[in-house]
Every structure is written in structure tokens, then in C-alpha cells.
Design a binder for this molecule. Sequence first.
Ligand SMILES: [Zn+2]
Length: 187
Amino acid sequence: MKYCSDCGTEVVKKIPVDDDRLRFVCPLCEITHYQNPKVVVGCLPTAGQQILLCRRAIEPRIGYWTIPAGFMENGETMLDGALRETREEAAAKVKGETLYRLFDIPHINQVYVLYLGELDGDFGIGPETLESRLFSEDEIPWTELAFPIVTDVLTEYFKDRKTGKFPIRVSIPSPLWAKHVGWKLPT
Ligand SMILES: [Zn+2]
């Protein structure tokens, strides 16, 4: 942040009294502008042995496959948000939804909350989606998935389906996605 969102004065970075980390503070109105992680909500829609993926029409990772997910909006619950994203990105409804996966992504200040739900009726595309389609396990385009969390949640889902148990997991994303797509950390 460069300017105060209340008065437009250039903000300074300092540790406010009774605080322990650097914040953006407006020297004029003395407001501390806190910046905190954002919540991304989404859904893994299932249809029998298949799951629904969307190919992204927007950056980042345009043209790559993902699950319906996006930033939570003010005034909605996590589930509201996940269902809204599923409607917006895949023109789909789900039923029997359950909380399935939480990801902490501290290096980009995000938390992901993903639900599992059974596809209810038809599906299509929205403005942020080029195409959407159902994939069985052996059709998943592992090298063309958009993000690490997609690789992780799909890998876990197909394992869980074999046992019939779908425990809620919490972790940071694994290196599996980078391995599949051959992505290397910049040196
Ligand atoms: Zn100000």
C-alpha cells in the first residue's frame, strides 16, 4: 500500500504502539491499515467416477485446469462462497457438500477452504472459464493443472475414494504440482 485509502496521504511503515510488527500507518489521520490473509473458497464437484474441472480464461495460469474457486466475498459464509464460485466458473450446482480440504499458503497470505460436492444437473462455463469438462482419474491432465492445491486435492481425492473415507486435511501445498509440471524454483 502506498497511499491512505481514507485521505490519500502517503502512508509510512512503522510499528504502532502496543503492536509488534510493521504496519502501514497514515501520518495524517493516524489510521493503521492492517493487511491480513485472504480466504479462497472452492469446490471439487464430483459426478460418479468423474470430477469437474475448468480451464482458466484469465491470468494467472490462463489455459490451465483448475477447480471452481475464488476469493470469499463480504457477507457470505465459506460454503456460500464455494457454491457461488461453482455457479460462476462452471455454471454448476452441487448437492451433499462437505468440508474437505484446508490449505495454509502463508507465503502468499492466503487460506484455501475447499468443499466436496456432488454435481447436481448440468454444467457449463462462465466469463472466467474457457471450457469445463468431466475427467475420470486416468484422464486428469496432471501437467496442465493450474496450481499446487489442485494437484494435491485431486491426488488425495482419488486415494480417498478407494477407501471411502474423506478426512479433512490441513497443510501447506506439497511439491507434487511442481514435479508434475516440471516447474523449478528460480535460482
Ligand atoms: Zn489518512
